[in-house]
Design a protein around this ligand. Sequence first.
Ligand SMILES: CC(C)(COP(=O)(O)OP(=O)(O)OC[C@H]1O[C@@H](n2cnc3c(N)ncnc32)[C@H](O)[C@@H]1OP(=O)(O)O)[C@@H](O)C(=O)NCCC(=O)NCCS
Length: 155
Amino acid sequence: MIGLALHISLATTKDLRAIYQIETLSYPDPWPREVFIMDYLFNSNSRYYVVKFLNKIIGFFGIWIEPEKVHIINIAVHPDYRRRGVGRKMIEFVIKLATKKRKKEVYLEVRETNIAGQELYKQLEFEFSGIIPDYYSDGESGLIMRKVLNDHSWD
Ligand SMILES: CC(C)(COP(=O)(O)OP(=O)(O)OC[C@H]1O[C@@H](n2cnc3c(N)ncnc32)[C@H](O)[C@@H]1OP(=O)(O)O)[C@@H](O)C(=O)NCCC(=O)NCCS
């Protein structure tokens, strides 16, 4: 039901505060605020999107558009709105965008212990494709998950 009323749009500078609030509610080791701002303002390959429900920002994601791939660098849903299909909607949006741009794959890193994230990506047919030891600041490994795209990835 919430799916019908969700609106995904490119983030504006005004949205950065809400994005950062969701970031801090979502991770034990949130990105420093400056990292967001620098990436948002100065990385021409990065795009940030927000998801709104009744005009309130309830989730966001950031991607880097690489020559052949789209890299999901961050994605989070406000804790009050989880498990209602918002994360799925965001990943579907990225798959559609990457397919339109004729990219070969969408990929991301996820903590070994992040079962919610892994289950979400598996539901959308991402597969494990590698492990990066010590990827996170607390020493946890990152699992690389990717979805290879073809012309039929979004019919
Ligand atoms: C991961 C996250 C983005 C998922 O967002 P969400 O809106 O709750 O996910 P959805 O409701 O779209 O769930 C889609 C599917 O993902 C899986 N899933 C989501 N949360 C789950 C959980 N807590 N446990 C197990 N599976 C889960 C389920 O398969 C679910 O389908 P179902 O509800 O029909 O069973 C959200 O939990 C979050 O923001 N976590 C903190 C930040 C984070 O870990 N981001 C990912 C970093 S790689």
